[in-house]
Design a protein around this ligand. Structure first.
Ligand SMILES: NC(=O)c1ccc[n+]([C@@H]2O[C@H](COP(=O)([O-])OP(=O)(O)OC[C@H]3O[C@@H](n4cnc5c(N)ncnc54)[C@H](O)[C@@H]3O)[C@@H](O)[C@H]2O)c1
Length: 301
């Protein structure tokens, strides 16, 4: 039975780790956020506090709950210390199998018996990631969505060995966070990443071919299909570096239709990852606001 007595450790303090840590801390769980970069941890802590403060300003959270949420969060570069007796580890480090497996190997020795190990991978194999654990039946995919404090869905992903008990516990964690969970059998790209990668890649091909400018491609999907956000805006938010890693994996597993558009490869080579580098398909000011008219013009490429 999941309760606020359970200790949670989130590993990886990037875009997703920040959001996931906020979700746990503001739902009453004591959580350690771990990263090997001090600066990533400091940035994450400030960002989590800012999301909490905005929640109070908007009347979504009381000042006392906000203070508790801030107290619930600790940041650390020491994984082994933070994972001590944890009931749940959510790994959300960079999308790289070896890096994810190394984190799990380091943590399991000190975690609570029957602890659940969740991976937030967008596209890698949960079964393969789980081979790093002593008990692969305790490993499950918990795929959160960005921005975590706004997105309700978590895809629970079954590896070949994932046990029913682990699924039941993972569902409880999702309920405790106020998230809706769906169950997906492991398959490259799950339900969502596969469709999103295809849409974003296709939008980039259109931009590269000069079909329309970035703003108009995004407007087409927002106004024509009622998508809350266009695929290029979404790629800027996800990060084209992460998107490229996902596309490369889907290309290698599902075939030619997922070949990454060369424009994405060029942008990543230039460090234009999107919002996190203030420059992607669009440019962003120091407050993170999109600069009007800054979107790539297909014909100028
Ligand atoms: N970006 C998205 O929209 C999104 C959505 C769902 C899932 N995901 C998945 O979440 C994971 C993280 O993605 P992100 O966008 O947050 O990436 P990111 O690059 O923003 O953050 C990754 C973090 O992991 C840290 N890290 C790397 N190796 C580490 C190690 N050995 N120990 C501790 N920390 C380490 C890095 O310092 C960095 O802070 C990936 O698996 C990605 O596929 C991403």
């Amino acid at each position: 039975m999941v309760s606020t007595e359970n200790k949670v450790v989130v590993v990886g303090a990037g875009l997703m780790g920040t959001g996931i840590a906020h979700a746990f801390a503001s739902s009453g769980f004591v959580i350690d956020l771990v990263d090997n970069s001090e600066s990533a941890l400091e940035k994450a802590r400030l960002s989590i506090e800012s999301i909490i403060d905005v929640g109070v300003e908007l009347g979504k959270m009381s000042a006392s709950n906000a203070a508790k949420a801030k107290q619930n969060l600790s940041v650390s570069t020491n994984l082994k210390q933070s994972a001590q007796n944890a009931s749940l580890l959510v790994e959300t480090v960079s999308e790289n199998l070896a890096v994810k497996q190394a984190v799990i190997r380091d943590a399991i020795a000190v975690m609570a018996e029957n602890a659940v190990i969740a991976t937030n991978t967008s596209a890698l194999s949960v079964t393969e990631i789980a081979t790093a654990a002593l008990a692969p039946e305790n490993v499950i995919g918990m795929h959160f969505f960005n921005p975590v404090h706004k997105m309700k869905l978590v895809e629970l992903v079954l590896g070949i060995a994932t046990s029913e008990a682990t699924v039941a516990t993972a569902r409880e964690w999702c309920d405790a966070l106020g998230k809706t969970s769906i169950l997906v059998n492991e398959t490259p790209g799950l339900t969502t990443s596969r469709m999103s990668a295809m849409l974003g890649n296709e939008a980039m091909w259109m931009l590269q071919e000069g079909t329309a400018c970035a703003e108009d491609i995004d407007t087409a999907l927002r106004m024509g299909f009622n998508h809350p956000m266009g695929p290029l805006e979404l790629g800027d938010m996800t990060g084209w570096d992460t998107r490229l890693a996902v596309l490369r994996y889907l290309h290698s597993t599902l075939g030619e239709k997922f070949r990454p558009c060369p424009l994405i490869i060029k942008m990543v080579a230039a460090g234009r990852y999107g919002r996190k580098t203030s420059h992607g398909v669009y440019q962003y000011d120091e407050k993170g606001q999109q600069i009007p008219g800054s979107g790539l013009k297909g014909s100028a490429l």
